[in-house]
Design a protein. Structure first.
Length: 733
């Protein structure tokens, strides 16, 4: 059986016939110093940080949805392979990310290790082969072998943040070794931060009606290590965090495949039973695991993923080549969570590493990330998901939209409980169960408006959810029979909130992002209502009463105003350009382009806040406005290499590393340089693209139309769904 498994594991690299785009492998020829120099790998809803340090192969596994009692997003653990032969210390060392397969290959001397995650099931495979017998130690390393007190500073990783309760702990996992198998699990207690939040926010009277995804949740994995036997527990320290290691030994390994099965989360199938043919109760049996089948179907999925859309550039400009390369790597990171129940988080996604390598003062466990695990900052999160429409990765959008759909009953209950009206109120700092983060919610008194967050940044900011609703509307052509029907309640109830909460749709008090506070008719909200007129009409709301987007005069020129008026400026966002993106009221091929350009160049606050850091959007606006020189400068900087070894691991910015909202914003900006639409939904090719950069791309416009475009020596050619439109000059800017 072991011999058969070995043969299956080491089938030849999957070959694809008639491939028209193969992404270039990403290769290292030296080992890494620590986890911050790791390489990403993943699939389904699994993210792994893989690196080789001092001759050992190490990797973290993170599966979306491992939320503990405090709503910290836990890692499954860290794995280590130690080879007594020190084969990986050889001069021919190589660690290769094969993007077309979604797998990592590690080679040195006679040894090869291949790591991948299955795309159809959350299962990890680690295949090893050597021409000579290897003595190998396989270790599962856990820092959650005991209850760990959570300090006040460390509490940023969970939903309590700075209102940490007494004796706050990350509770220990259950870890059991037997033969060649290891089982690890974390069982949440019934009472969690959900209960604390409900109490704090006066939702107790409807508590039994509320969606609660973390109470009693069980997270579980099983490792199978054929050819290995259990060799006991040792202790150690990595990056300042102590751990225990469950060790397995193999004295004469030539080939083996370790399987780490994470199919148990959220499905609760590990508790299910079935009646067998004899009428007795038997445990539920998962489909069998075959490495050869997994590798073949996973490689095929990744290959098809890269055919769906791509960008290729031909230029001597190194910054431009880096921009396009890092776009591709960021898209790969998002593809690793294609089928997760939970969306890719803006503050590190599935690829965070030991926090001390992000902030030297953050001497916490590998589970740490700033801005929480189960908390979602929607202004940041949206940038991770907007680019998926133009890249054609609409299937990846579903985890984000489904999360809002699950939260919807609680958001509706919030409006009814605190204001007595219909509609769904989604706050900006929102928990994965749809209520405001309890720390950001702030302190309230009996005479407070308990529906409003008592928070200088977040009060009255409720419009971010409209962007996700618009994603659902724009996604409909990909799923015409079911998608809008599925998300219709989300769209309707989110819009209905504004109709019921603001008579005559006069938005006051409102909020222009987190920046223009106690605002009247902020341009970001008003633009959203204009852009979603059809959806408002569908629920019988009179769209003729939507206020006009506010304008102002600066140095004699008309500009978009942040709002009609506001009391203070709290943050560094630019909502006066939200009518450009995400709402696309202004832009290339649309009326009054000069007004938006005036805003970009003349608004003193827009100029003061201009940056490429983190979630900043100036690169997107420059592209949407056809400002080629600005777009070139900002987007090459936005998608320049991050400070870590893997170039698409960007610094923490305003959040945490690797910063996914920076990567998402960079993807959007590059897409907009290449392809936009006019009012009649005709494509506009290369609206902000330097003519000296030769480029080919495949991207999508509304109606699920696939555009293949090319600019070569200044000449533009393109097809739409395979039909050549290159001679239709009206469609070329």
């Amino acid at each position: 059986m072991k011999r058969l498994l070995s043969i299956l594991c080491f089938i030849s690299t999957f070959a694809v016939v008639n491939a028209d785009y193969i992404p270039r492998d990403y290769v290292w020829t030296s080992q890494s110093r620590n986890a911050s120099e790791s390489m990403p790998c993943g699939g389904h809803d699994i993210g792994m940080n893989v690196w080789v340090e001092d001759g050992d192969v190490l990797f973290y596994i993170q599966q979306g949805g491992w939320f503990d009692e405090n709503n910290t997003l836990l890692k499954a653990g860290r794995w280590r392979l130690h080879f007594d032969s020190r084969s990986l210390d050889s001069k021919d060392f190589e660690q290769r990310l094969n993007l077309d397969e979604g797998a990592i290959y590690i080679k040195g001397g006679d040894l090869e290790v291949r790591i991948w995650a299955d795309v159809e099931e959350p299962v990890v495979y680690v295949a090893m082969a050597s021409q000579h017998a290897e003595q190998v130690t396989l270790s599962y390393e856990s820092w959650r072998y005991k209850d760990r007190p959570v300090s006040k500073a460390e509490c940023q990783q969970c939903s309590y943040k700075w209102i940490i309760p007494k004796d706050c702990k990350t509770f220990a996992d259950s870890i059991m070794a037997e033969g060649d198998r290891l089982t690890f699990s974390h069982q949440n207690r019934k009472e969690t931060v959900f209960d604390f939040t409900v109490e704090r926010e006066r939702m107790n009277s409807v508590k039994d009606q509320l969606y609660n995804p973390i109470g009693g949740l069980k997270m579980k994995g099983v490792m199978y290590a054929p050819g290995f036997h259990y060799a006991g527990i040792t202790t150690g320290d990595y990056a300042g965090t102590d751990y225990q290691a469950w060790n397995y030994s193999c004295k004469d390994l030539q080939s083996s495949c370790i399987i780490i099965d994470l199919r148990y989360l959220n499905h609760q199938r590990y508790e299910e039973t079935v009646i067998d043919g004899c009428g007795t109760v038997a445990p539920y049996a998962f489909p069998s695991l075959k490495a050869s089948d997994s590798h073949k179907r996973s490689a095929q999925w990744w290959h098809n993923f890269w055919q769906r859309s791509w960008i290729q550039i031909d230029t001597d400009d190194e910054a431009a080549r880096t921009m396009v390369r890092n776009y591709e790597l960021m898209r790969y990171l998002l593809g690793c969570n294609a089928y997760g129940q939970w969306p890719t988080k803006f503050n590190g996604g599935l690829f965070t590493f030991d926090p001390v390598y992000v902030d030297s003062t953050a001497t916490f466990t590998p589970d740490y990330r700033k801005w929480g695990g189960g908390t979602m900052t929607a202004q940041n999160q949206r940038l991770v998901y907007w680019p998926l429409l133009k890249s054609g990765d609409y299937d990846l959008l579903r985890s984000q939209l489904d999360t809002y759909l699950r939260m919807l009953p609680n958001a509706v209950a919030w409006s009814r409980q605190h204001w007595g009206h219909e509609g769904a109120c989604f706050s900006e700092q929102i928990e994965n169960f749809g209520l405001p983060n309890p720390a950001e919610y702030g302190k309230h008194t009996d005479d407070s408006d308990w529906g409003v967050e008592n928070n200088k940044w977040l009060e009255y900011e409720w419009d971010t959810a409209l962007e996700f609703c618009q994603m659902a509307v724009l996604m409909r052509p990909w799923y015409p029979d079911s998608t809008l029907e599925k998300y219709q309640a989300l769209i309707d109830e989110t819009l209905r909130f504004f109709d019921k909460h603001y008579p005559n749709l006069i938005i006051f008090p409102g909020s222009g992002c987190e920046t223009y506070k106690i605002a009247r008719n902020p341009s970001s909200t008003i633009a959203a209502l204009h852009a979603m007129k059809n959806s408002l009409d569908n629920i019988g709301i009179d769209t003729s009463i939507i206020p006009d987007i506010p304008l102002q005069i600066i140095d004699g020129d008309t500009c978009i105003a942040p709002a009609e008026h506001w009391e203070r400026i709290q943050n560094t966002e630019t909502p006066q350009l939200y009518p450009v993106f995400p709402w696309r009221i202004y832009g290339v091929g649309k009326p009054h382009l000069n007004i938006a350009r005036n805003t970009y160049f003349k608004d003193p606050h827009a100029l003061e806040m201009r940056s490429t850091k983190g979630w900043k959007q100036d690169n997107i606006w420059a592209a949407c406005l056809g400002l080629t020189d600005e777009a070139k400068c900002l987007n090459t900087e936005k998608l320049s290499n991050g400070p870590y070894r893997f170039p698409a691991f960007w610094d923490a910015g305003f959040d945490w590393a690797p910063d996914h909202n920076r990567g998402g914003a960079g993807m959007i900006g590059l897409q907009e340089m290449l392809l936009q639409e006019d009012l009649d939904h005709n494509p506009i090719l290369f609206p902000a693209w330097p003519r000296e950069w030769n480029c080919r791309f495949r991207l999508y416009i509304s109606g699920q139309r696939c555009v293949d475009g090319e600019i070569k020596d200044g000449k533009i050619t393109y097809t739409i769904d395979g039909v050549d439109y290159s001679n239709d000059n009206e469609l070329i800017p």
